[in-house]
Design a protein. Structure first.
Length: 356
């Protein structure tokens, strides 16, 4: 161990003079005015670059004292055995339901000799920059996407670069790209309405997210489809808000004031807002107003009364997603495969018979 008066040896990936921090491939790319993928090509497959570009990158590498990470060098053989998965920021509503999905995903990957690399997923171009850096720095072999949305740029970006991926969720656009696994949310809310009608309910509201969410619109469609099948149409009994208990309690109040005897919510978080509104009015969920959530989160059976909810087969989603991804990595030219799995309604005391 060197004494304090002795200079420390250079750290791989850091300038020879020590510097103020680790030099990354992205920093070299900015110095050279190229993409991180171009830097990776210069280090691993230089014959792909024009001589002047190669020289500019090598000059930046020398000036900054960059030393490639061992994982990045695996790009030569695409053998990092790493699969990237972006985690949404803390507080995002879907984060709490991903536990079973991630367990199944990582266990299936492990059985095939791969490891799941979790990283913080931002949005838009910043998220794409993270994908590019992971490809350059760590040589990630493939990606699993979640939280898909209208106008999502990730699928087309990965497709254009020939990077294998699978999505938990549809693209929600006319141009469908890549493999995906999803849960039939419309079938879930349809089943909830069907059970409520069997219990005598006719004024059944829906509390969802603001329009524009593919998943939320899908769940709303199932509610409306079931109402129409039974000759019930109550467009005024629909409300939307962000996935927050307090906001949900306020948003559902007009539905209760309009005489809704039951509310189907697009998530358990929104259902908790319904609980709050009903109890604040002196009622009990399942007695004065029935409430059905979606996701069957861990809190659903712990509430008093227990929350009826639509359960997603998240373990099956994780296993199917990894199966599709491994097949894509084995045969990049195979036709896209899409799997839509059915959910299941879990009946608990918050789903009761219509009163009066």
């Amino acid at each position: 161990m060197p004494s304090r008066s002795e200079p420390s040896p250079p750290v791989p990936g850091q300038g020879a003079g020590g510097g103020s921090g680790t030099v990354t491939m992205a920093m070299v790319a900015r110095r050279a005015g190229v993409s991180t993928q171009t830097v990776s090509n210069a280090l691993n497959t230089p014959d792909l670059l024009r001589p002047e570009t190669l020289e500019r990158v090598r000059r930046a590498v020398d000036e900054m004292g960059y030393r490639p990470h061992r994982a990045a060098r695996s790009l030569r053989t695409r053998a990092s055995r790493l699969i990237g998965f972006g985690i949404a920021p803390a507080g995002a509503g879907t984060t709490i339901v991903l536990d079973r999905f991630l367990h199944a995903l990582s266990e299936t990957a492990d059985a095939a000799g791969y490891r799941l690399l979790l990283f913080a997923a931002d949005s838009g171009q910043r998220e794409l920059a993270a994908y590019e850096e992971l490809l350059g720095e760590h040589g990630v072999d493939a990606f699993v996407l979640s939280n898909t949305a209208y106008g999502d740029p990730r699928q087309a970006w990965l497709e254009e670069r020939g990077i294998p991926f699978v999505a938990f969720g549809r693209m929600w656009s006319e141009k469908d790209v890549g493999d995906w696994v999803d849960v039939d949310g419309a079938a879930g809310t349809d089943a909830a309405v069907e059970r409520l009608v069997a219990e005598g309910h006719r004024r059944i509201g829906f509390l969802g997210w603001p329009p524009g969410s593919g998943t939320g619109d899908d769940r709303a469609e199932g509610w409306l489809r079931a109402l129409r099948r039974h000759g019930i149409e109550e467009p005024e009994l629909r409300a939307g808000c962000v996935d927050d208990v307090g906001a949900a309690a306020q948003a559902v109040q007009p539905l209760l004031d309009a005489g809704a005897s039951a509310v189907v919510a697009a998530s358990d978080t929104l259902a908790l807002g319904c609980y709050r509104a009903v109890t604040n009015a002196g009622g009990t969920p399942g007695r004065e107003v029935s409430v059905v959530g979606f996701d069957d989160s861990s809190v659903a059976p712990l509430l008093s009364p227990g929350l009826a909810s639509v359960a997603q087969p998240l373990g099956d989603v994780g296993r199917e997603a990894m199966r599709l991804l491994l097949a894509r990595m084995s045969d990049p030219a195979k036709p896209p495969e899409r799997v839509l799995l059915p959910p299941a309604l879990v009946v608990r005391p918050s789903l009761g018979a219509a009163s009066g």
